[in-house]
Design a protein around this ligand. Sequence first.
Ligand SMILES: Nc1nc2c(ncn2[C@@H]2O[C@H](COP(=O)(O)OP(=O)(O)O)[C@@H](O)[C@H]2O)c(=O)[nH]1
Ligand SMILES: [Mg+2]
Length: 438
Amino acid sequence: MQTQTQEKPKRAVVAAVQLPSVTEAEFEASVTELRELAKTLGFEVVRTFTQKRASFDTTAYLGVGKRQEIHRYVHNELGAADADQIEAILVDHDISPSQARNLEKEIGCAVMDRTMVILEIFHRNARSPAARAQVEIARLGYMAPRLRELAKLAGPQGRQRSGVGGRGAGESHTELDRRKIRDRIAELQLEIVAMDAERQTQRARRQERRSPASVALVGYTNAGKSTLMRALTGSEVLVANKLFATLDTTVRTLHPESVPRVLVSDTVGFIKNLPHGLVASFKSTLDEALDASLLLHVIDASDPGFERQIEVTNEVLDQIGAQDIPRIRIFNKIDHVGDSVAQAECEAALSAKYPSSIVMSARRPDEVAKLHKTIVDFFQQNLVEDELFLPWSAQQLRSEIYASCKVLDERADDQGAFFRVRGEPGVLKRLREQLDQA
Ligand SMILES: Nc1nc2c(ncn2[C@@H]2O[C@H](COP(=O)(O)OP(=O)(O)O)[C@@H](O)[C@H]2O)c(=O)[nH]1
Ligand SMILES: [Mg+2]
């Protein structure tokens, strides 16, 4: 599990070429998404450079004029706000190793393309062994053609990619030749098959045991999952648009605490413009949502494409086997939909079309509190009422009862105390066993 990183954000610029076949809206959405993805990796994107071209420049993706402009900016000749160094240029397409190398040399900072950025996010989010293996396959698939070209291209120096991709770009893989990569992919695929079987039984076993009440936030990047997570778990310190917020521990307890205690987890976000080769690793990284007993599907109501996004999310959740997990749809960012009249209209339309959904803003504490209550209510449905008897001789268990159940009533006679409680069946069973032994 990851812990929060306190290091200073690395500064980066984003650059993108708009081809004639791409509409303004599509282009804007893709670039915005790349900026969000960069934030997830801990970059502060200080500037975005765009350019319309009939095709990508074969030498270095961007045209020569744009390259010079970025060079001047990166080297602070345009009077950038402060002299902090810009560490990377993130480009919104997949570029060839020679294009990357030329751009890197010319501008004087590391280059990451879209796939590399996404791979690094998946890498950080992959928890299960199967997800890690799947991400490694995608990474090897990404590296293989590049290694070939690099080897041809540049001899020894060409093999040294910049450090920004870190584990993402894999200097350690540069010495692997094509055959080794193919063998490694095959080996990983076999491991995944074995792990799949293992995982099914593990999951069944876990479900049998008293499964803790847990909620997973799913949805597109930028929908507000991490913001909601922080709002629901009370980790306010991290809010205020902190750049590293998304890197913090991704499992927390619902706050204020409830009976039963509810765990909330953030999952890797869906990506609008997901390169085809990354679909499998995305799904397997999302896989941890399967451990939740309730899914909160977060949707950005202010995004014009949200309906299509709902469809895609539904499809993928079905594909990973999450179709039976209860789900609540949350239309977030309602505060971001025009003025108050427009917001009211939008809310009415959404509530009519999606009857049991929640329309809200993660920025409104009263609405977050309502969502908190909805979640607690959901888990309290499963609670059962019971009566426990605590003999005077076993008073040490008294605090245990209060900690793990909701005590509705307590009365005492000369033998001990009687509690009328509500709690999870498994918890009550365990308490009874303890009381019997006492
Ligand atoms: N206006 C508005 N912005 C929000 C809301 N929720 C989140 N945001 C912003 O949307 C951006 C993406 O949020 P984030 O929680 O990182 O999204 P994630 O990718 O789903 O985790 C951030 O800049 C948030 O501050 C909301 O309800 N209203
Ligand atoms: Mg997030």
